[in-house]
Design a protein around this ligand. Structure first.
Ligand code: FES
Length: 106
């Protein structure tokens, strides 16, 4: 299973494994990672699953499009590397991905 690294705003790292096809948000919440709230359950309507793709991974992770990009307008401190993790689907290509969690979600 692919492994993801989620880094809290204070530098605390969490290694999470996820199933292919599962969202990063689901994997993070199953592992009780702080900083991913997922208030809407993955319906792309709350922006509380916001995370920043690590700069070293930015070129390999697609940017937000469509409704995800629209919803990111409501995210606090949106950056070019912002994604909503409920819309980021785990695949072999994401094995080892590093994501940073915004301080606003604590
Ligand atoms: Fe609500 Fe991702 S969980 S937008």
């Amino acid at each position: 299973m692919p492994t993801l690294t989620l880094i809290e705003h204070d530098g605390t790292e969490h290694q999470v494994t996820g199933e292919i096809g599962q969202s990063v948000m689901q994997a993070a919440m199953f592992a009780s990672v702080p900083g991913i709230q997922g208030d809407c359950g993955g319906a792309c309507s709350c922006a509380t699953c916001h995370a920043y793709v690590d700069d070293h991974w930015h070129a390999r992770v697609p940017e937000a499009e469509g409704s995800e990009a629209d919803m990111l307008e409501y995210a606090v401190e949106r950056r070019a590397t912002s994604r909503l993790t409920c819309q980021l689907v785990i695949s072999e290509a994401l094995d080892g991905v590093v994501l940073h969690l915004p301080v606003s979600q604590y």
